[in-house]
Design a binder for this molecule. Structure first.
Ligand code: G3H
Length: 490
């Protein structure tokens, strides 16, 4: 079914379960070798308005559908994804250049997410509260709280997990009784169109999921300015989020819910008593999987100077053992190209700045265009841009520190606050450091990571707002509490 759907590479926008072709389109090219993956629609404002109207209308009936009904549709979607896992994985390889087995993991994880969310949504319940609990009251009131939907949710996913980051946004919204408009990203947009087709075939009611695409000013800004939009669930770069906030400030009415999953500069703090083999293994995968194009990638190592040399030796060996750079269509390769040329340029700017200021390149390869072998920099200092900026590519700075206090200080001075990891055998120390780190999630003796997908996932500072992942947490984020109070007057 998916093969058929993507065969002619031309896609329309989705409204009321119909694909509508546009006269203008935009090419999505593969980062592998610039071959055409698909032509995505360039929509005009009228077409965007049509999608908003459809979602707005559909909400009125969708919010009243029983949860069992919504769950059954999701089960159909899960089944299709499992059946079509190979085709989906190959599409992810083509569209974002991810290694084949990681792409396949993304597909399976997505099917598991649907399964888990569908079960969890049935447990997102309200509460009963009694007035007698509060001073001054007797038994005269009982409050019943319910979790009710928000309305029309705009879902904007990033390129790096086109299936896996997009799916929770959609199913979180629709399980909670919202309708959603998915804004397809420029890269990863073809996968988003396939998601639309999967839900169409799963029997989802018309208008519950509409999909738009096009120039950011139209498909993004115009959409967000609409008074009929009640919530935004965005994952992407901090710069884009700042632009979105400006757009939202032009609205005549407030937007009740904003969820943002943004960038990070995750620090991995390695103490002198750490198991160095484990630390080297986790840092290698944490930093370089999918060429570091993960918000949760380890983006700095802060290591006790006394063990730095031994750690570095082991880290380099692990990286060499784990990663083979090359065309991801060849399944033996575990690292493909980065997503675009501007990512390459930015990496080179950060690298050159660090070298000029005294950093030592202790690992790099024969790079060719977007194909970049992992780069490790030692002796990185605080005056270098790489100590603070997020490259979103395969380059890892190592900062040697003399004390735990200094590691915490450098970790916390980042504008970002997504995750951190601590490697130590002293669990008391680990908890103490964890309590001082200004991030959404701390990993003790493990790599930074979003999953498993029942765990909450959120960032602080410039890394985001609200719980944007984690079944129960995201579904709750996409509902509001409505309270009905029963008064006993005699
Ligand atoms: O890019 C941000 C993703 O949410 C990271 O997910 O930790 O599973 O790679 P991950």
């Amino acid at each position: 079914m998916i093969k058929e759907f993507i065969r002619n590479k031309k896609f329309g926008y989705l409204v009321d379960n119909q694909w509508i072709m546009t006269s203008k389109t935009k090419d999505t090219l593969s980062p592998i070798d610039d071959t055409l993956v698909g032509k995505l629609p360039l929509m005009n404002t009228q077409q965007i308005d049509e999608c908003i109207e459809s979602s707005f209308k559909a909400f009125v009936s969708w919010r009243d559908t029983p949860i069992n009904y919504r769950v059954n549709i999701l089960r159909n979607a899960e089944k299709i994804i499992r059946e079509e896992s190979e085709t989906l994985a190959n599409l992810i390889v083509e569209e974002v250049g991810k290694a084949y087995y990681e792409s396949l993991d993304e597909v399976i994880r997505t099917a598991d997410i649907i399964n888990f969310y569908a079960a969890e949504a049935q447990r997102v319940l309200g509460e009963v509260l009694y007035s007698e609990s509060f001073p001054g009251f007797g038994r005269e009131k009982i409050a019943i709280t319910q979790r009710v939907p928000l309305g029309v949710v705009v879902s904007i996913p990033p390129f790096n997990y086109p299936l896996n980051e997009t799916m929770p946004k959609i199913i979180g919204a629709i399980l909670a009784g919202n309708t959603t408009i998915l804004k397809a990203p420029n890269q990863g947009g073809v996968v988003c169109m396939v998601i639309g087709e999967i839900f169409r075939r799963s029997g989802l009611d018309k208008g519950v999921l509409n999909i738009v695409s096009g120039d950011n000013e139209i498909a993004g800004d115009h959409l967000l300015k609409s008074e009929k939009i009640n919530a935004l669930n965005f994952t992407g770069g901090t710069k884009t989020a700042l632009h979105i906030q400006k757009v939202l400030s032009q609205r005549e009415v407030v937007i009740p819910t904003i969820l943002l999953g943004l960038g990070g500069k995750d620090a991995s703090i390695i103490l002198s008593d750490a198991n160095i083999d484990i630390a080297a293994d986790k840092v290698a995968t944490g930093a370089f999987t999918f060429s570091g194009q993960r918000c949760t990638a380890i983006k700095r190592v802060l290591i006790d100077n006394t063990i730095a040399d031994v750690f570095i030796e082991k880290l380099i060996k692990k990286i060499k053992d784990k990663f083979i750079l090359g065309n991801p269509r060849d399944r033996k390769n575990t690292l493909g190209p980065v997503i675009n040329d501007s990512t390459v340029n930015y990496l080179h700017i950060l690298k050159a700045d660090a070298i000029k200021k005294g950093a030592k390149v202790i690992l790099s390869g024969e790079d060719e265009g977007r194909y970049i072998y992992p780069i490790v920099l030692d002796n990185v200092s605080e005056d270098m841009r790489i100590a603070w900026e997020e490259p979103f590519s395969p380059i890892l700075p190592i900062i040697r520190v003399e004390s735990i206090e200094r590691a915490i200080d450098i970790a916390n001075r980042s504008e970002y606050g997504l995750q951190s990891s601590i490697f130590t055998n002293d669990i008391d120390k680990a908890f103490l450091i964890a309590s001082k780190l200004e991030v959404g999630n701390v990993q003790i003796n493990g790599k930074d990571s979003r999953g498993p997908d029942n765990f909450p996932f959120n960032g602080v500072k410039q890394s985001g707002i609200g719980n944007i992942q984690g079944a129960k947490y995201l579904i709750e984020s996409l509902t509001r509490i409505k309270t009905t109070v029963l008064n006993f007057n005699n």
